[in-house]
Structure formats: structure tokens, C-alpha cells
Design a protein around this ligand. Structure first.
Ligand code: C2E
Ligand code: CA
Ligand code: CA
Length: 861
């Protein structure tokens, strides 16, 4: 799945989208508000104008009604014979005023402020507010009368009147004019000079109120026209400059007042709410933006780390696995397919323990235990599996619990294929436990076997140990060669195997020495029978190259019942008995007896001598150089102790080291060797390393670290030029203590070399755990390089490769001939040591060797 691909299409950020939405919403909101407002105002103004139209209509009606009434009323006075009689020509005041025909009641009852009779020249009759007045009509009215008079006369034949708005004393009034005429039909000419009666009805407040009431209009009034702005609720009163006005109801206005404030308030609230929501939306979109950005960043980081992981997973020689909580595989790196030959898909969903199995620790509970394990520490487990082609393979798996939010999500780890390592280990193990020539158990295996069998001390089941030594073997070997010797040894081994029971152990100690461990056997009769049978069997001729060969055998017998449950003691006793058997004429067997223990006496003596030797300085060091294989230059020298015995002569360490180890002399001796070596080496070339052998007993019985430090200080020898050679036995005795000591030694700056590599129990494990700088392949394997079997060569090759893989310097010791040197060169071993290059020599000889030119330095043997 490609995470980035899902993110790449350009998509505006949520904040931008929200912003656009907000702008859209705002515009919509304002538009909606404006439309609503517009509609409302429109309705209001429509309502207002409708109402205005209505009121104007009513006002006009009312005014017209009044004007009409006034005209009709005037008509009843003007078209009247009596009036014509009394008012045309000379006005009959008496008739008119006193007799009240056209009198005061016109004002008091009918409300005409002005009543005039005029003709072309003058005002013939005039009443103002019901009172006769001398002033002419024109004094009251602002309008030229002549046109009015003319019009009135013109319409008189049709009994019509004219009306006009005028100002009476400066205030609007309705002027009605009619020519006074008889009631009969008249011609226009007959009224051409007729007097005209004017009734002036001033629009007083009282009358207007009445008018308004009638029309249903409030506050009917007259007001001056200011400017030329048309007033809404008004009717112009002719050319008087006044108009009739009233208060028309304004439902629109009311509607506006009633609706607009709450509407504005609602809009305001809505606006505020929107603003709030927008702000929140913006804020949360900003937060989304940021978290999206973070998500993208973490996605990129994740992708990068995934790529890294893939790169690592593909490049690593290990494969990587992952399971769910139920330990079913959910992931396998591509390397899995290459290493196992399986297809990854075939295994996904399968339980891990179906693929891998561990014989010592069941995988499933082990994995479960990782849940509570310290996450800092990767647990390892060696597992076996069958690859696609059915081959048995091994891998080392590491595992760690996957925990999400405190919950177990599954497990993950790596699996390194260690088949080659395991095979090499097994080969080394086998070789370290078996004799390459005969396939019998070797001394190591024998020690282990005895150790195991005697584990419970005197509680252990009884056993009998037979030590066999061939008679007449050496002559065969010497005269007929190694091949004949080997054939004899192999045949002897086969016959011994045939003669023993399954539970018994047959071992070859080296040379022509064999050991039989008869478990559970304690019966002398049976032992005698077996020994006789063995002698008889081994005396039978052996065919080699059509040559009949014959050997004999002497047997020494030791039993736990009499010699105790100590392995070393058993062998020692069997050895003594064997010597006795040989001394007694060979082809026979002897049980150990105390009288035979002259050997013991000898050892005691030697032990005493050893104590003296230290005091009397009888020890010397011999030096054996170690060469770099590339150019055969001396890079290092091993100090090997010798004992200049006053009677016995120069004794090798094999004779006395074990003795020193059994007592506490080893610590003193060890210190002496160390001091002597450091002192001697101070003057040698700077680059030269000096190796000193440390005995396991030194580890156990003295403070090696303090000793080494003291001697380095004392002698001033640089620590980095000192190498300590340690065998695996050191680690066997006290695993934890040995590691601590070795780490402390490393801290002093000295180098550590694992001596006799390949002979121990599990050398590989030690290499991994302990801080070694170099290893020495045991000489037994180097000796095997000559043989045709190729087995030893494979082991040497495996050891060299392993050592190199672990960054260790690999030395081969016991190189005795050119053939071995060549073979080691082919395997690209780093360094070599052996008689072929130089035997161990005394100090003076070694220093002489150092002074020689390079090319003459070896072959000193
Ligand atoms: P090692 O540490 O394995 O020493 C190598 C032994 O192999 C030496 O025997 C050496 O002389 C012998 N050797 C060297 N080159 C060849 C060769 O080409 N062929 C054969 N067959 N042997 C070769 P050495 O000196 O008798 O020492 C025997 C063992 O005694 C040593 O085995 C070592 O474990 C122990 N040893 C020697 N010196 C000391 C010492 O100062 N302190 C302690 N604790 N042990 C010592
Ligand atoms: Ca050594
Ligand atoms: Ca060695």
C-alpha cells in the first residue's frame, strides 16, 4: 500500500474550503437579508401607497361633494326669480338682508364666510361672516373676479355654476359663482351682464374636521404648499398655493416598525451566531489543517521508515517475521523466500510454531513469555525447521512483543540462518568428542562420560574401567608405515566395539591406548571373562594389504568399588595396573592393587621436588615464536615453562603442571612465569606479543587480575603486548566468575587467546560470550590436515571462517610440515606456530633467532 499516493492529488486544504464556504454563506446571508428587507419595504410601501390612494380618493370625493353641495346651494339662490328681481340692477338690501333672503344665516347656518353679488364694475352686495360690509369682494379675495364673472355668465343658461379655490383673507376657500337669473330659460345674451353671486366657503378647521370625519380621514387640514414637493396625502387647492392635507393611515410604516426592529435583531443574532460558527469552523479547520499536515508529515516519516525498514530487511541476511497475538504469521520479509525456498504467501496466516520448532524450549510459551520480558533485551532461541527441499535447517530467532496502547498486538523478530554454524559446531563437537581415525570416543568424551557416570559419587552405579595398550603396535607402525598402523587401530576399534555392550563406552586415548568403561559391571568373573575374550579377539590376525598383522594387548583394570568414584583416580589406577600387566609379560590383564602404587610414591616425590624447585629457581622459560602466515614474520612468542630437575633433567610441563595444579603451587609458578616472560620480553622488538599460558587452576585459586596488574606495573611491560592463553576448561569450571575475570583482564589492556580451540564442549558459545581477541586451533586438527579424510580440513576451514567472522586472529599450532603450512595458507589462516617453523627454544636461542634476517628465522628445528 502506498500511503503517499493516496495523499498526493492536489486538494485544497480544509481551511481554504471552509473559508470559501464561509464567504459563500455570508454572501447568501446578506442577499437573503436584502431580499427579505426589499420585499418587506416593497410590501410596506405598496400598502402605504394603496392606503394613500384610498384616502386621496375619499378626500377628493368629500371635497367634490362639498363643492357640489355648495354649487347646488348657490344655484338655489342665484337661479331664483326673486333674487333676480331684487338683486339685478340696484340691490334691494332690505329684501336681501333684513328679510333674510340672502342674509346673515348664510354664514351662521350655512357657513359661508363671504357672500357677494358682483358685476363688472362693482360689488353690489357684500356680507362678511354674515355682516354687511362696505368693502368690495376683491378686498377679500385674491383672485381677479372678471374671469370668474365671465365664466359664471357663460354657464348660466345651462343653470351651471363655477367653482374655484381662492384665498379669502389669505386663507383657502371654495368660491362658487353663479349668475343671478330668473328661473325660466334664458339665453346667453340675457345673462351677459347679469350680476354674479359669489358664495365663499372658507375651509376653516371646524369645517375641515367635519369634512375629514365624513371621509373617515384624520386631521384634515389646509396647509401651504412649500416648494414644489408633492405631499403624499393632499389635494392641491387650485392655484391658491394651499392644499388640502390629512393624515392617511400608513400600514406600511406600521409594518416596517413592527417588523424591521425584530428582523434586524434576528439578523444580528443570526449574523453573530454565524460569525461564531464560522470562527469555530475556521478554527477547527485550522486544527484539521494542522493535524492533516502532521498526519502527512508522519505519513512521510512512516513511509521513509518503511522504506528504510524494507531496505534493511532485504539487505539483511536474516529474515524478519511478524505474527499476530495468536502467533500466526502476518509478515515475512522477502529474504524468507530466498533462505527457506518457500513462498511468503504460503506461510502467512500459519502459526509460527508450525514453521519453527525448538527441542529444548517450546516456541509458543517462550514467545508468550516475551510479553513480560524487558523490551531492551532481545531474547534468542535456536530453532530448527525444514526448508522447501525438505532439508533440516537451523535458525536463531529473536523475538519481541509488539505492544499497542498497552495491549499485546503480536510478536516480531528476526531469524538468522545458522545452519552452517550449527553444522560446523556439530562437526567440531563431534570431532572434539571423537577420535577422527577410529570414530571412537576420545579423551574428552571419556572425561565427560566418567564425569556423568560418577556424578553422584558413591551413590553412582558401579563401573569398571579397562585401560588397554596394544603390544607390538609400534613396530608395525614404524616398519609398515602409518597406513598399516591406522588400519590396525581401526580394526582394533571395530573389534572392541563388537565385544562390548551398548551402554559401555569405548574410547581411544591416543596412540595405541584404548579405554573401555563398563557401566554397571562389578563382577570379577565377568570382567575376567571379558578381558580374556578381548585378548583373544585382538590377537587374531589383521589383514592389511594381504599381509597378516598381529598385535597383542595388555589391560589394566580399575573399579569404582575399590578405587573410588573419582575419574582421574580411576584412570590413574588403571594406568598403574596396565604397567603391571605389561611388566608381567603382556597379553594379560591386572586389577589395580595398592602395591602397585609406586607411581603414587613417585608423584609425591615429584610434588615435594616441585616445592623446592620454586625456591631454588629450577624453572626456565622456553620460547616458541608464532609467525604471520603471509610473510612468515615473527609476530608473537609463546612462553613455555620447563623444569630443570636436578636428577630427572629438563622436564616438560606435561609432567609437572598437573601436579602443580593439584596443589596450590600453580599460583606461585604462574606468577613466576608471567614475571619472567614480561621481564625477558621488555628488550624485544616493540611489536612482538608475548603469550603466557594460564592454567584453569590459576583462575580458581588466585587473583589472576591482581597478579597480572602487579606484574605489569612491576616490570613496566606494556599490557597491550601481553597475551594470555586460556583453555576452555577455565570457562567450564566457573562460567560467571571466568567471564568477570576475563573482562577485568581486558580492562587491563591485555589480549586474550583461546587455546586448544575445538577440543572443548561448546567452543563457539564461548567465543560469542567471552572477550577473546584470538583463537588457537588445536594441534590435533592441524595434524589431521595430512590425512586423506578431509574431515579435519573442513573443521579447520570452518574454525578459520568463524574466527574471521568474529573478528578474531586465528592461529594454527602444531604445524609440523610444509603440507600443513600450505593447507593453512589456502584457508587463509592468520598465524602459524609449530616445530616446522621453530621448536620452543631457550631465551638466548630465541634472542639469537630475533637477530637473524627474516628469511632464516624459521626451520630452526
Ligand atoms: P600448549 O599451550 O598447547 O602449548 C603448545 C605445546 O605444543 C607445547 O608443549 C609445544 O612445545 C608443543 N608444540 C609446539 N609446536 C609443536 C608441533 O609442531 N608439534 C607438536 N606435537 N607439539 C608442538 P609443551 O611446551 O610441552 O607444553 C605443553 C602444555 O603445557 C602447553 O600446551 C600448556 O598447556 C602447558 N604449559 C606450558 N607452559 C605453561 C605455563 O607456563 N603455565 C601453564 N599453566 N601451562 C603451561
Ligand atoms: Ca598455549
Ligand atoms: Ca595449544
Amino acid at each position: 500500500m502506498d500511503r503517499t499516493a493516496a495523499l498526493t492529488p492536489a486538494r485544497p486544504a480544509p481551511r481554504l474550503q471552509v473559508r470559501r464556504l464561509i464567504v459563500g454563506f455570508s454572501v447568501l446571508f446578506v442577499l437573503a437579508a436584502l431580499v427579505t428587507l426589499g420585499a418587506l419595504l416593497n410590501i410596506a410601501s405598496t400598502l402605504d401607497s394603496q392606503e394613500q390612494d384610498r384616502s386621496t380618493f375619499h378626500a377628493t370625493q368629500a371635497l367634490q361633494q362639498r363643492v357640489l353641495a355648495s354649487r347646488q346651494f348657490l344655484s338655489s339662490y342665484a337661479v331664483w326669480d326673486a333674487a333676480f328681481q331684487h338683486l339685478a340692477g340696484e340691490v334691494d338690501w332690505h329684501w336681501a338682508y333684513e328679510e333674510k333672503n340672502v342674509g346673515e344665516s348664510l354664514y351662521s347656518a350655512s357657513g359661508y364666510e363671504g357672500v357677494f353679488v358682483v358685476d363688472d364694475q362693482r360689488t353690489a352686495y357684500a356680507l362678511f361672516k354674515g355682516k354687511p360690509t362696505e368693502s368690495p369682494a376683491s378686498a377679500y379675495l385674491d383672485t381677479p373676479l372678471a374671469p370668474i364673472i365671465a365664466q359664471a355668465r357663460q354657464v348660466a343658461p345651462a343653470r351651471e355654476q363655477i367653482t374655484q379655490f381662492v384665498l379669502l383673507n389669505g386663507w383657502p376657500a371654495v368660491l362658487s359663482a353663479a349668475a343671478i337669473r330668473p328661473d325660466k330659460d334664458v339665453l346667453e345674451s340675457e345673462v351677459a351682464a347679469a350680476p354674479v353671486m359669489l358664495f365663499v366657503d372658507q375651509l376653516t378647521e371646524a369645517k375641515l374636521a367635519q369634512l375629514g370625519q365624513g371621509a373617515g380621514l384624520a386631521e384634515m387640514r389646509v396647509e401651504k404648499v412649500a416648494g414644489n414637493t408633492p405631499a403624499p396625502s393632499s389635494i392641491a387647492l387650485g392655484t391658491t398655493g394651499y392644499r388640502l392635507a390629512w393624515n392617511s393611515p400608513q400600514p406600511g410604516q406600521q409594518l416596517r416598525w413592527a417588523v424591521l426592529p425584530p428582523l434586524f435583531a434576528a439578523l444580528l443574532v443570526l449574523g453573530l451566531v454565524m460569525l461564531y460558527l464560522f470562527r469555530n469552523a475556521l478554527r477547527s479547520s485550522l486544527a484539521i489543517d494542522q493535524s492533516l499536515q502532521r498526519l502527512e508529515h508522519s505519513n512521510q516519516a512512516l513511509e521513509a521508515s518503511e522504506q528504510r525498514f524494507r531496505a534493511v530487511a532485504e539487505a539483511a541476511s536474516d529474515w524478519i517475521w511478524e505474527t499476530d497475538r495468536n502467533q500466526r504469521l502476518t509478515y515475512l520479509s522477502q529474504r524468507f523466500a530466498r533462505v527457506t525456498g518457500y513462498r511468503v504467501e504460503d506461510w502467512l496466516g500459519q502459526p509460527l510454531n508450525q514453521l519453527l520448532a525448538c527441542d529444548t524450549t517450546p516456541l509458543s510459551p517462550w514467545l508468550d513469555a516475551q510479553t513480560d520480558a524487558d523490551p531492551q533485551q532481545l531474547a534468542n532461541l535456536r530453532c530448527a525447521y525444514r526448508d522447501h527441499s525438505g532439508e533440516n535447517r537451523y535458525c536463531r530467532i529473536s523475538a519481541r512483543a509488539i505492544v499497542y496502547n498497552g495491549k499485546l498486538g503480536g510478536f516480531r523478530g528476526t531469524a538468522s540462518d545458522i545452519t552452517d554454524e550449527v553444522d560446523a559446531h556439530a562437526r567440531i563437537q563431534h570431532l572434539s568428542m571423537h577420535d577422527a581415525l577410529t570414530g571412537l570416543a576420545n579423551r574428552n568424551k571419556l572425561s565427560r562420560h566418567l564425569e556423568h557416570a560418577l556424578l553422584r559419587g558413591s551413590e553412582s552405579p558401579p563401573l569398571t574401567l579397562l585401560l588397554l595398550d596394544l603390544d607390538n603396535f609400534k613396530p608395525i607402525n614404524d616398519s609398515l608405515g602409518h597406513a598399516a598402523g591406522d588400519a590396525v587401530l581401526q580394526e582394533v576399534a571395530a573389534r572392541l566395539r563388537d565385544a562390548t555392550r551398548d551402554g559401555d563406552l569405548v574410547a581411544r586415548l591416543g596412540g595405541d591406548e584404548f579405554v573401555l568403561v563398563l557401566n554397571g559391571m562389578d563382577n570379577r568373573v565377568e570382567i575376567d571373562r571379558l578381558c580374556a575374550r578381548l585378548i583373544e579377539l585382538l590377537q587374531r590376525t589383521i589383514d592389511f594389504d594381504q599381509q597378516p598383522l598381529q598385535v597383542g594387548v595388555s589391560i589394566g583394570v580399575a573399579q569404582t568399588r575399590t578405587q573410588g568414584f573419582d575419574a582421574g583416580e580411576l584412570i590413574r589406577c588403571a594406568d598403574i595396573a596396565l604397567y603391571q600387566a605389561k611388566a608381567d609379560g603382556k597379553n594379560t590383564w591386572r586389577y589395580f592393587a595398592l602395591e602397585m602404587s609406586q607411581q603414587i610414591q613417585y608423584r609425591r616425590q615429584l610434588e615435594n621436588d616441585l616445592r623446592q624447585a620454586l625456591k631454588q629457581n629450577q624453572f626456565v622459560l622456553h620460547y616458541q615464536p608464532r609467525y604471520r602466515l603471509d610473510d612468515l614474520q615473527i609476530v608473537s612468542v609463546e612462553a613455555l615453562v620447563r623444569w630443570q630437575h636436578p636428577q630427572e633433567g629438563l622436564l616438560g610441563p606435561d609432567v609437572f603442571i598437573a601436579l602443580a595444579e593439584q596443589s596450590d603451587l600453580i599460583a606461585t609458578l604462574g606468577r613466576w612465569v608471567l614475571r619472567e616472560a614480561c621481564q625477558a620480553a621488555r628488550d624485544w622488538p616493540q611489536a612482538l606479543l608475548v603469550s603466557v599460558n594460564l592454567s584453569p587452576a590459576q583462575f580458581a585459586r588466585s587473583d589472576v587480575v591482581a597478579d597480572v596488574r602487579d606484574i605489569l606495573l612491576e616490570t613496566g611491560f606494556p599490557a597491550q603486548r601481553l597475551e594470555l592463553e586460556i583453555t576452555e576448561n577455565v570457562m567450564l569450571n566457573d562460567i560467571e566468575g571466568a567471564l568477570g575475570t576475563m573482562l577485568a583482564l581486558k580492562e587491563l589492556g591485555v589480549r586474550l587467546n583461546m587455546d586448544d580451540f575445538g577440543t572443548g564442549y561448546s567452543s563457539l558459545g564461548y567465543l560469542r560470550t567471552y572477550p577473546f581477541d584470538s583463537i588457537k586451533i588445536d594441534k590435533r586438527f592441524i595434524a589431521g590436515l595430512n590425512s586423506q579424510s578431509g574431515n579435519d580440513r573442513a573443521v579447520v576451514q570452518a574454525i578459520i571462517n568463524l574466527g574471521k567472522a568474529m573478528g578474531l586472529t586465528v592461529t594454527a599450532e602444531g604445524v609440523e610440515n610444509e603440507q600443513q603450512l600450505q593447507a593453512l595458507g589456502k584457508e587463509r589462516c592468520h598465524e602459524v606456530q609449530g616445530f616446522y617453523l621453530s621448536r620452543p627454544v631457550d631465551k638466548a636461542s630465541f634472542e639469537a633467532l630475533l637477530r637473524q634476517p627474516h628469511d632464516q628465522r624459521h626451520g630452526a628445528s
